[in-house]
Ligand binder design. Sequence first.
Ligand code: HEM
Length: 131
Amino acid sequence: VSENKINAIIQSAVDGVITINERGQIEMVNPAASKLFGYHPDELMGKSVNMLMPEPDKSRHDGYLHNYYRSGIGRIIGIGREVTGLRKNGTTFPFYLSISEVNLPDKRVFTGFIHDITNQKMAEEKLRRYA
Ligand code: HEM
């Protein structure tokens, strides 16, 4: 598959896709991701991914990365987890985060796949209330 095709696929994906470098700085966001978080893509490039999450994760995320580099044990990579995102307007939303590690010849990057589960959570909550 050509690089152009890969780009077209990522750009049109329904789920959010964000790539960070080893320091946690955002290197790529697709339109779905910037829309979900309420930013223009330019506002995110080069910024720390921790601007997209509420406390306490915001203060701890650099530490999460370091723990992973030290231990080699991923708590989300290859597993996935439900986490909370923080939008530009200060509101939060739940999403399912999957992370993959990409080892390029000269560096390593991480790709996060962001699947909004707001509606799923609302449906679950309704079921609980009326059960
Ligand atoms: C680890 C939260 C976004 C990359 C973690 C951990 C948490 C977390 C809780 C593991 C802590 C532990 O149990 O040790 C969040 C939240 C996010 C977010 C709330 C909301 C925006 C992202 C994104 C990426 C990313 C978008 C990649 C593009 C990583 C990496 C690790 C990590 C590489 C370390 C490896 C691992 O534990 O699997 N994050 N994260 N995170 N996160 Fe995030």
